[in-house]
Write a protein that binds this ligand. Structure first.
Ligand SMILES: [Ca+2]
Ligand SMILES: [Ca+2]
Ligand SMILES: [Ca+2]
Length: 214
């Protein structure tokens, strides 16, 4: 289910992030299953005229007394003329931008998962339910994403605990352009780090005139 909370960014001052808000509307993708310990971080967007075409996740391995599994999500953004997809090499001077919301301290980045065609357009996340007081919790464990409104899947390489949410996807001609993560602060008892994510879709037709594909 897409949350059709299309927010028009004309509502100045509504943004907690220090990033420049994109001057266009967006659609919020919210998951139907995730844990919710911690606080939402800043809403962060790809620079105007660019969209997310790759991602990687930060994951703590499975051999700790207090595991946290997923700790962060990073998106890689490029402009349509710079992607180098669809059989074309990327432009030599192609600008690439990376964005994150809140990231916790544990684990390692698992490496870039990149679309062969187009942009990231859908996500689902694997989360472990509340294990109670005596058993170790991890909350979010793994992330999968889809490209170009297809059902081909890129797996983030996370841990295995929990169950997958439903897929949430941008409508046709909209692509992922922003992220907000909910992360639990270092608690010194049973940490879970990353718990939840929202991603934002922007319209591929809504390009500034100087960046629109010819
Ligand atoms: Ca627990
Ligand atoms: Ca986690
Ligand atoms: Ca834990």
């Amino acid at each position: 289910m897409i949350l059709w909370s299309v927010a028009f960014l004309l509502a100045a001052g509504a943004w907690a992030a220090d990033e420049e808000p994109r001057d266009e509307s967006h659609i919020t993708l919210a998951l139907d299953w995730a844990m919710n310990w911690g606080e939402w971080g800043p809403q962060v967007y790809c620079p105007l005229g660019t969209f997310a075409y790759a991602f990687q996740i930060k994951v703590e391995g499975e051999d700790h007394l207090d595991d946290t599994a997923m700790n962060g999500i990073e998106l890689f953004c490029r402009a349509p003329a710079d992607t180098g997809h669809d059989g074309r090499p990327p432009k030599k001077d192609a600008k690439e931008f990376t964005i994150t919301s809140t990231v916790q301290q544990w684990g390692d980045w698992k490496g870039k998962r990149e679309c062969a065609t187009g942009y990231l357009t859908g996500l689902r996340m694997k989360s472990e339910e509340d294990q109670g007081f005596f058993i170790d919790d991890t909350a979010a464990n793994d992330l999968e994403m889809q490209c170009h409104w297809s059902t081909d899947t890129l797996n983030g390489g996370g841990d295995h605990w929990g169950t997958w949410s439903s897929w949430e996807s941008c409508p046709h001609n909209w692509a992922i352009c922003g992220i907000e993560t909910r992360v639990e602060a270092d608690s010194a008892t049973d940490d879970t780090a990353l718990n939840n994510v929202r991603m934002f879709c922007c319209s591929l037709n809504d390009m500034p005139p100087t960046l629109a594909p010819k």
